[in-house]
Design a protein around this ligand. Structure first.
Ligand code: SF4
Length: 679
């Protein structure tokens, strides 16, 4: 497409949080390029198909404004005036806290920074991003104990580890370049891999030990592993003495744990639990890699607390090749939190309740952010039409990705006003009043932050289609129209936003846009330092303390209890697709590889219901019902079924429930009670 002026410029893959660098390759395709994370330029099928969405015929190229129930194209001035007028009316009538802002884990630091600045300058902390749905519980537990919620270590040093404890994650499929480029070399060098997951995946195939824990019973498993470590005197006593508190309380708590019955409740073999605990504790350097199998539970924060105990008891924190390392699932989900697109923290994870942090921001903005934490997106969607009257949705698709999605979709229709900025007519666009056509990965500049805290540059590989605009230009335009101090949004491009960001985010203080260049800079990067910090918590924790607490953790049962013949539905992702599927389902290449969803079910559960491989089955929960083809496979634990949330049909989140972790408000995506039957 000559009009789009496609060109090859090193940029970052728009999908998972690995941060592979890609560029336009000609013939409407993207290719991998040697970059900071991936020196060989390897990519996975999603990265290779990334350009498929850029020139897709479904791209929105004109603003849409709903008139008499139907969308009509409109000039930008009309659409932006409608947004400004309606939001201003609603704020005048109901206050700023009547608006919820959905930031995007898939857009740049600069775009998210401007969005949260608009929200806060309007007087609300009601801004959140998709991190709420994936690792908010991990961040809550790690921040409380360590003072920082991100990967403690770097991918490079994990390639040197002696033991990988991978729990609730399937990096061979979800972070394939990390798996190939970092974990496989570690395994070839003799590292053991322990995999905790209900499914046998490609990650399990590379594992030495597999624990197919029952969904929702991780704490029993992790407490049993901690008990083995105590009983067999595998504790790193000098580390516990120097770097932890609460040892006596934890040992007293674990006194009551019986390894046999703990393993029994968790549905695993006690001897395998002992072997896994020994393997982890006896390794010189052992690293925990944690994913959504741990975090997406109503007890997700407690799950991670129990996991952190293992690392602290064995001294596996603060050294290369160790640590606790959440793998991030979107190309800027780490950055969206770093820059403050969360309701309780300002840029740099400084609490909104901290007067000094608010003053630091006020010095830059001329306006002090509000001091009360805002609503998370999972709480806000339950208040649509009540406290929440309007939503600004930037590059997210909550009508598909929120739990109990049918109810959330109905909630959107209770709003007085909804504006969506996106590339396509997503399921959320169906509920919007105004739609603003934004920019894809290939049409934007700025920075994103990958899973191991590397800030990298994105660069345009094509011009915009039709009258679509750059997301940053849309947001700064809205800021100028909505906020009294309109010069607060007078930026000369992403570099100017990044410079401001470095002044208000202490974690990014020493970085510069030019300094990042074709490489990266890693946070924390203090203003007076020459470079960022690779391994966290080496001498002191990020909390500033020399010690972190050990935490007694008691199990709580899953909120959505299974009764009678019900099975446990757990949802997740596959290699070929990404989140709501709004992008990857538009790629012919990826749809040829995996065109439809299936429900994985164990042969025993299938036989008990008269289900054969390929049969259409009905899956039903208290919230809704879907039909899907059955994939009968012994690779899933009996009693558990699995499907993805990438498709509109079946809409997996029509089945998932409203239960939230009480600390992080993350949904219980990994445990829904369902009936499975033939139609
Ligand atoms: Fe993109 Fe992740 Fe695949 Fe790399 S591994 S190409 S970042 S989706």
């Amino acid at each position: 497409n000559q009009d789009r002026n496609p060109r090859a410029e090193q940029t970052v893959c728009p999908y998972c949080g690995v941060g592979c660098t890609i560029q336009y390759a000609g013939n409407g395709k993207a290719t991998g390029t040697a970059g900071p994370v991936n020196t060989k330029g390897e990519i996975c099928p999603k990265g290779g198909a990334a350009y498929d969405v850029v020139e897709h015929e479904d791209r929105l190229t004109e603003p849409l404004v709903r008139e008499n129930g139907r969308f009509a194209t409109a000039p930008w001035e009309t659409a932006l005036s409608r947004v400004t007028d309606r939001l201003t009316e609603i704020i005048d009538q109901h206050g700023s806290d009547a608006v919820e802002f959905f930031a995007s884990s898939n857009c740049t630091n600069e775009e998210n920074y401007v969005l949260q600045k608009i929200a806060r300058m309007l007087g609300t902390n009601n801004v959140d991003n998709c991190a709420r749905l994936c690792h908010s519980s991990t961040v809550a537990a790690m921040s409380e104990r360590f003072g920082a919620g991100a990967m403690t270590n770097t991918l490079d040093d994990l390639a040197e580890t002696d033991c990988l404890l991978v729990t609730g994650a399937n990096p061979a499929e979800q972070h394939p370049v990390i798996f190939r480029s970092y974990f496989v070399p570690a395994i070839r060098n003799g590292a053991t891999l322990i995999h905790i997951d209900q499914r046998e995946t490609d990650t399990t195939n590379a594992a030495d030990i597999h624990l197919d824990v029952r969904p929702g019973y991780d704490i029993q498993l992790l407490n049993s592993m901690a008990k083995v470590i105590l009983d067999e005197e595998l504790v790193d006593e000098s580390f516990v003495e120097e770097r932890t508190t609460g040892y006596a309380d934890l040992t007293a708590h674990l006194d009551d744990v019986d390894i046999g019955s703990g393993a029994d409740v968790a549905g695993v073999d006690p001897e395998t639990v002992q072997e896994a605990a020994r393997t982890y504790a006896e390794a010189d350097r052992a690293a925990i890699i944690t994913g959504m199998g741990m975090s997406q539970h109503a007890c997700g924060t407690d799950n991670v607390h129990a996991l952190l105990n293992l690392a602290l008891l064995t001294g596996n924190v603060g050294r290369p090749g160790t640590g606790v390392n959440p793998l991030r699932g979107q190309n800027n989900v780490q950055g969206a939190g770093d820059i403050g697109a969360l309701p309780s923290v300002l840029p740099g994870y400084e609490p909104v309740t901290d007067p000094d942090a608010r003053q630091r921001v006020a010095d830059e903005w001329g306006v002090e952010p509000p001091s009360e934490p805002g609503l998370t997106e999972t709480t806000a969607t339950h208040q649509f039409g009540d406290e929440i009257k309007a939503a600004v949705v930037f590059g997210e698709n909550p009508a598909v990705t929120e739990p109990n999605a049918t109810s959330v979709g109905a909630g959107f229709d209770e709003l007085d006003f909804c504006v969506v900025i996106d590339l396509f007519e997503t399921a959320t666009v169906d509920h919007a009043d105004v739609v603003l056509p934004g920019s894809s990965w290939a049409e934007k500049a700025g920075t994103v932050t990958n899973t191991d805290r590397r800030v990298m540059r994105m660069r345009p590989n094509a011009d915009l289609p039709g009258n679509a605009r750059r997301d940053l230009d849309i947001l700064t335009d809205l800021g100028q129209r909505l906020v009294d101090q309109s010069d607060a949004f007078d930026y000369d491009g992403p570099e100017a936003v990044f410079e401001e960001l470095t002044r208000v985010n202490p974690l990014y203080a020493g970085m510069s846009y030019d300094g990042i260049g074709d490489s990266f800079q890693r946070w924390p990067f203090p203003a007076d330092a020459d470079s960022g910090t690779d391994v966290l918590h080496t001498e002191t924790f990020a909390s500033g303390e020399q010690t972190a607490s050990l935490a007694p953790v008691s199990p709580t049962p899953p909120a959505d209890a299974v009764t009678g013949e019900q099975l446990v539905l757990t949802t997740g992702r596959v290699l070929q697709h990404f989140n709501s599927g709004a992008l990857t389902r538009r790629s012919e290449t990826l749809m040829r590889m995996r065109g439809e969803d299936v429900l994985e079910i164990h042969p025993d559960d299938a036989a008990a219901r008269g289900i054969e491989d390929g049969d259409t089955v009905v899956v039903e929960s208290e919230r809704g019902s879907v039909t899907v083809s059955a994939a009968v496979t012994a690779t899933i634990r009996p009693g558990v079924v699995f499907c993805t949330f990438h498709y509109l049909d079946p809409l997996a989140n029509a089945l998932t429930g409203d239960a939230l972790d009480p600390v992080a408000e993350i949904p219980e995506y990994k445990h829904s009670a369902v009936e499975v039957r033939t139609p």
